[in-house]
Design a protein around this ligand. Structure first.
Ligand SMILES: N[C@@H](CCC(=O)N[C@@H](CS)C(=O)NCC(=O)O)C(=O)O
Length: 207
């Protein structure tokens, strides 16, 4: 199986889930410095050009973090990354996955491409302020939720944690202040010590 990835991007969530579930996989780098032929081939895998994409050994392709994460978790139930079908815990995990994907992740996206939105520096400042206030809104919800909690749902490290951990790392990339987010910082630090997460960071740092 192949995970098409770019280091530090949202696909790190799938990379962590693969590592955590001990699923054999191959990484295919499709980031900025990838060869043109690799990039061209990637567009056949995912025509929108976004990571992650996941290709099974029989050639079938899955895109979208939530779909790939759920597939990995369901293939390896022994890894305990997602509760059983029909349980409230599973529904809660899906809720947080949606929250991270549709609300939190996408609230970060404009700040990485302010220059593509406008070349006017004053407008960029306004856009950045708006983006930061949105990020703050979503992180505040998580900060409250994570009080006295180690994981997003129940007592297990789940695929929702794979995704939130990944996106939360971006706060340092955009210099978003996290001093008022002690619960999220504790949560993230705790997850960063997992052997799977250490392995993923080491591997992605090579690209
Ligand atoms: N909804 C998609 C979002 C994927 C996404 O935004 N990927 C970003 C990296 S974090 C990307 O590849 N952006 C580059 C592009 O869209 O060209 C998912 O969940 O997989």
């Amino acid at each position: 199986m192949k995970l098409f990835f770019s280091p530090g991007a949202c696909c790190m969530s799938c990379h962590i889930a693969l590592e955590e579930s001990k699923t054999p996989f191959e990484l295919v780098y499709v980031g900025k410095k990838a060869e043109p032929a690799v990039k061209e081939n990637f567009l056949k895998i995912n025509p929108v050009g976004a990571v992650p994409a996941f290709q099974l050994d029989d050639g079938k392709v899955l895109t979208q973090n939530i779909a790939i994460l759920s597939y990995i978790a369901d293939q390896k139930p022994e890894a305990n990354l997602l509760a059983k079908v029909g349980t409230f815990e599973r529904a809660e995990t899906m809720k947080w996955l949606s929250f991270v994907a549709a609300d939190l992740h996408k609230s970060f996206s404009p700040v990485f491409r302010l220059d593509a939105i406008t070349t006017n520096t004053e407008c960029q400042k306004d856009a950045k302020n708006w983006v930061f206030s949105n990020i703050n809104k979503y992180l505040s919800v998580l900060e409250t939720h994570l009080k006295d909690k180690t994981f997003l749902v129940g007592e297990r490290f789940s695929i929702a944690d794979c995704y939130l951990y990944t996106v939360y790392q971006w706060t340092s990339r955009i210099s978003f202040p996290t001093d008022k987010l002690p619960n999220l910082n504790r949560y993230s630090e705790n997850i960063s010590k997992r052997p799977s997460v250490i392995a993923v960071h080491e591997r992605e740092a090579k690209y």
